[in-house]
Design a protein around this ligand. Structure first.
Ligand SMILES: *Cc1c(COP(=O)(O)O)cnc(C)c1O
Length: 428
């Protein structure tokens, strides 16, 4: 598409768009007007229905007390059943392959219990260098707890000298080179810092060929890009539901476990009563018998209050295919990258280096800008002028125009504010 840096062009794109869900969300305001909220990759906005769905759970609690688990129009005991189907669609899973429980880092540990099974020489884990800190700490402590030295187990893949993103060939080479010692590939579907999207299908295939298992952290991928976890044959995946999935701060996370593992008795797990067979859970008997689905990895009573927020969000997603959303998200970021190149071209020297891949197939809807001069001041100016962006040391501003509630017009407006910021903060 031929882009133009004209307001009328951005407005036309918005008018032609068939994805119109902005009015279903509460947009934060700035000085009485709607702010430009480009942080759906950090905390997604609140659907307008969230409050009433939560209130329904609370009134069920008022009316029935503990019997709310069994009574009312939405008994809490079955609440999960209504969420599995729409959630599974978003990640390309079968409904019995997803479970909503705990939170992301906890779930990563639980999946490691089952899917990291070091044996003899086969102890190594391939992962991204500088993954999101929680993922690094999870691996480090989990490996140590198994009696291994993280330095001997972890094979970290970095970008090549002078690059910001990882060359996928380097992942494949590492898998091939370590094929006799490899136990697991643990990777992020979309890198949180650069926004790089990986070919999860190819990574899974190569890891399986080497006799290893594969797990993905989809914190920045779920609800952002098109995923086909079941068909790709991924062993497990985990994600949080508060970023692109708009289910509220610190809400329950999710895990995917491929169906072929559901009845595998050889997998270890850390169990709790919520993963016990539903037909006999309340007989409270000795000896753990898991539900034959991803729910069999559940441990504890989940909060119906949090399920209610999740339901409000999934209902919006259910109105549009994730494929279509993903295409729109990539297009919006392409437009943003175009606007950034226009800003660079009118300055004496380039001020912004986009470290997110330019190719649409290598990213979702996030754009990470490496600020070459006075980045922190520019970021402060953006914040003071109603733009929600985020600052990552030492000099990166991340923004994510999200197709569910952001617009091309906002991207154009953002460009204007950013150009003004660059002018003031750098005298260019
Ligand atoms: C956001 C994010 C997390 C956060 O984990 P929580 O357990 O939900 O706090 C972890 N890993 C990645 C890659 C993330 O992007």
């Amino acid at each position: 598409m031929q882009f133009s840096n004209e307001l009328s062009f951005a407005r036309t794109l918005d008018k032609q768009s068939t994805i119109n869900f902005r009015d279903q969300f509460i947009i934060p305001s700035h000085k009485g007007a709607e702010a430009i909220y480009f942080l759906g990759n950090s905390l997604g906005l609140q659907p307008k229905t969230t409050v009433s769905y939560i209130e329904k759970v609370l009134s069920s609690w008022s009316d029935f007390g503990v019997e709310g688990f069994f009574k009312g129009s939405e008994p809490w005991l079955q609440y999960h059943d209504g969420l599995a189907d729409p959630l599974a669609k978003i990640v390309g899973a079968l409904p019995d392959e997803v479970v909503i429980m705990n939170s992301l880092t906890v779930n990563l540990h639980l999946m490691m219990v089952s899917f990291y099974q070091p044996k003899g020489q086969r102890i190594k884990i391939i992962c991204e260098a500088k993954a999101f800190p929680s993922d690094q700490y999870m691996l480090e402590t989990h490996i140590r707890q198994r009696g291994y030295d993280p330095d001997e187990v972890l094979i970290e893949i970095s970008p090549r000298e002078g690059n910001f993103t990882i060359n996928e060939e380097d992942i494949f080479t590492a898998i091939e080179k370590n094929k006799d010692q490899l136990a697991l590939v643990m990777w992020g579907g979309v890198n949180y810092y650069t926004g790089q999207l990986f070919d999860m299908s190819a990574i899974t295939r190569k890891a399986h060929e080497a006799g290893a298992r594969v797990g993905f952290d989809l914190a920045h991928a779920a609800g952002n890009v098109d995923l086909q976890l079941h068909d790709w044959n991924v062993d497990f995946a985990c994600w949080c539901n508060y970023k692109y999935l708009n289910s509220g701060p610190g809400t329950l996370g999710s895990a995917f476990i491929h169906r072929r593992h559901h009845n595998d008795d050889s997998l270890h797990r850390f169990a709790g009563w919520w993963g016990y067979r539903k037909d006999s859970r309340f007989l409270m008997q000795k000896g753990f018998i898991p539900i034959e689905s991803a729910e069999g990895w559940g441990l504890s009573t989940p909060s119906p209050v949090l399920f209610a927020a999740h339901k409000a969000s999934l209902e919006v997603f259910n109105k549009v295919s994730i494929k279509k959303l993903s295409v729109q998200g990539k297009l919006m970021s392409s437009y943003l990258i175009f606007i950034l190149s226009e800003i660079n071209s009118v300055c004496h020297e380039p001020l912004i280096k986009v470290i997110t891949p330019q190719q649409e197939k290598e990213r979702g809807c996030q754009v990470s800008m490496l600020m070459l001069k006075n980045g922190r001041d520019i970021y402060e100016y953006l914040s003071a002028n109603g733009v929600f962006a985020d600052w990552r040391e030492p000099q990166v501003i991340r923004v994510a125009p999200v197709p569910l509630y952001n617009t091309f017009t906002e991207i154009w407006q953002f460009g204007n504010i950013l150009r003004e910021a660059c002018k003031i903060q750098t005298n260019t």
